[in-house]
Design a protein around this ligand. Structure first.
Ligand code: SF4
Length: 344
């Protein structure tokens, strides 16, 4: 073990503190800060416990490792044999790489509660947007390799620290690792709900396999137009259709957001949508899609914090923040569509 990795694990496992000096920028969704100690909810049972009792967790894990042999974990479907060290578009092999772990108080209020969301950031990404605010993690792949046992210990450490959930950020390309680590953690008494926090570019087949494992889904729905998705997110022209299909499947599995008596999320779907300059994200179409294809009461986080990062300055049209008029227009579209559960 080299010195930097040893230091990484020391920090993570001893105190479950963030390894970065501050939380990665792109995940500061709502700015809710409620520090303090949480109360425990004794009646809650996370979905994966039943799945494990039924023996299905082991089956799903096996199926997910099989996918690694010719990777099609996401719509890129590179076909790389990651078990043999080959890399696909996401630059990931079969090894598990983590950038940071720690309580996060900048997520949506129902995820944060008083104890924080136990956030674990995985290195690399399968979408790679040109305006990525976490480009050091997602594009450059900053982070350290860890074992399944070490990831399980991180999860348990965050639970002991009082977090309300384990929030896996950018998990798409590492899901077999997550299920393996979850099984280890469960044997040690881990009981927090899991959050699948992704960019919206997933395989519906893989999301179906995760039924009964994740209690909370937190996907982005970034674009409605495939041409724009391809332009700004590394050729992902099929992003809108895959995001729509996977979010519908997530909604089928967990339904609308349910919270406990403290207002802490226990199960359900929260969709994030980043409002972009010049309505590049298609906000008007997005809010109508949610109301028509899901329900008007689906929890939606419309986000105003777009700012140009990474290679966004290559494109003049996204080299600026959104204006107050653009933000007010987005809110008006949401109102006109009949959305009733905005996370503002
Ligand atoms: S997860 Fe990575 S290797 Fe697998 S299909 Fe997606 S981009 Fe390719």
């Amino acid at each position: 073990m080299d010195a930097s990795r040893r230091e990484f694990l020391k920090q993570s496992l001893a105190a479950a503190t963030p390894l970065a000096l501050s939380a990665p920028r792109g995940d500061m969704a709502s700015g809710n800060t409620l520090p303090g100690m949480p109360a425990k909810s004794s009646s809650f049972e996370p979905a994966y416990l039943k799945t494990e009792r039924e023996g299905r967790l082991a089956t799903v894990e096996k199926q997910l490792w099989e996918i690694f042999r010719a990777c099609r974990l996401c719509p890129r479907a590179c076909g790389a044999n990651r078990l043999k060290g080959e890399t696909g578009f996401c630059s990931s092999t079969s090894r598990l790489k983590v950038y940071s772990c720690g309580p996060h108080f900048g997520e949506e209020k129902p995820l944060v509660g008083r104890g924080g969301s136990g956030t674990i950031f995985f290195s690399n990404c399968n979408l790679l947007c040109c305006f990525c605010q976490n480009w050091e993690i997602n594009h450059r792949g900053d982070g350290s390799y860890i074992t399944h046992e070490e990831l399980a210990e991180m999860m348990i450490g965050l639970e002991r620290r009082g977090c309300h959930n384990i929030n896996f950020v950018t998990p798409t390309h590492v899901v077999p690792h997550l299920v393996r680590s979850l099984r280890i953690a469960v044997r040690k008494g881990f009981r927090l709900p899991l959050v699948y926090n992704n960019g919206g570019y997933d395989s519906p087949d893989v999301i179906r396999m995760l039924d009964g494992i994740f209690d909370i889904y937190l996907p982005d729905f970034k674009y409605q137009d495939g041409t724009l998705a391809a332009k700004y997110s590394s050729g992902a022209a099929d992003y809108p259709q895959f995001a729509a299909a996977t979010i519908k499947e997530m909604h089928r599995q967990v339904g609308e957001l349910a919270v406990d008596a403290r207002g802490v999320a226990r199960r359900g779907l929260i969709i994030r949508h980043l409002v972009m300059p010049g309505n590049i994200a298609g906000t008007d179409r997005f809010v109508r899609w949610v109301a028509g294809e899901l329900t008007p009461t689906t929890r939606v986080n419309l986000m105003a914090q777009y700012r140009p990062e990474h290679k966004a300055f290559t494109y003049s049209e996204i080299s600026r923040r959104i204006t107050a008029e653009e933000w007010h227009q987005a809110l008006l579209w949401a109102k006109e569509a009949g959305l009733k559960n905005l996370d503002l």
